[in-house]
Design a protein around this ligand. Structure first.
Ligand code: TMP
Length: 223
């Protein structure tokens, strides 16, 4: 892909974090921050984002049968394969930006860290399913387990994965942080412990300079 084709593609931004970090509350704020640049944005999620993916999500989060960790990982990637092929790639190719609520970093964190499957097999699936596709930016919300638990308690009944214990979620958090340390250009860690307004400010301080750079770059190349 040459520079001009590259500049006409949309950007791919993902939002990540363990349960209770405030991801659902922050997502609309991130979306609005992007739309304020008059950019067309497709907002989607994983697992899910397509009719088949949403069916897989119901199975993944709702099934009462004990699920093997391998089955869980493969279903996450089945949903992702469908999502990439029918939503994410076509959107990016047409110049639409994609904001995705979770992507492959969640597999490294939940299945790799939480389920202790390690990163090696996940990296094989990542490379096979994504064929080089990676987010341009990942905002990782990070909060202490105590903060997350307090926020989760205010919620509806917990699903199959949310019902895991503290040790599982400590491993999820650590796996996210390890991955962010390995790929610090792409992944930005946002301290999600403070109040909502402070977290929004931190998020904007990270996002706005990048947005300005990308939007200006696209305008310069296409003129
Ligand atoms: P959500 O409720 O934040 O949308 O996330 C759905 C759940 O799925 C959440 O518990 C994290 C989990 N998940 C994984 O375990 N692996 C993955 O690859 C993805 C995308 C989500």
């Amino acid at each position: 892909m040459d520079l001009e084709e590259q500049s006409q593609r949309g950007r791919f931004i993902t939002l990540e974090g363990a349960e209770g970090v405030g991801k659902s509350t922050l997502l609309p704020v991130v979306l609005q921050t992007l739309r304020d640049f008059n950019i067309e944005v497709c907002c989607t999620r994983e697992p899910g984002g397509t009719p088949l993916g949403e069916q897989l999500r119901e199975v993944l989060l709702g099934t009462e049968e004990s699920m093997s960790a391998k089955a869980e990982l493969l279903l996450m990637f089945a949903s992702r394969a469908q999502h990439i092929e029918s939503v994410i790639e076509p959107a990016l190719a047409s110049g639409t930006w994609v904001l995705c609520d979770r992507f492959t970093d969640a597999s490294f964190a939940y299945q790799g860290g939480g389920r202790q499957m390690g990163a090696e097999k996940i990296a094989v699936l990542e490379s096979w399913v994504q064929e080089g596709l990676q987010p341009d930016l990942t905002l990782l919300l990070d909060a202490s387990r105590a903060t997350s638990v307090e926020r989760t308690q205010r919620r509806r009944a917990l699903d199959r994965i949310e019902s895991e214990g503290d040790e599982f979620f400590e491993r999820v958090r650590q796996a996210y942080l390890d991955r962010a340390a390995q790929d610090s250009n792409r992944m930005v860690v946002i301290d999600a412990n403070p109040d909502f307004e402070t977290v929004c400010e931190t998020m904007r301080a990270e996002l706005l300079p990048r947005m300005e750079r990308w939007v200006n770059l696209a305008a310069t190349i296409s003129h």
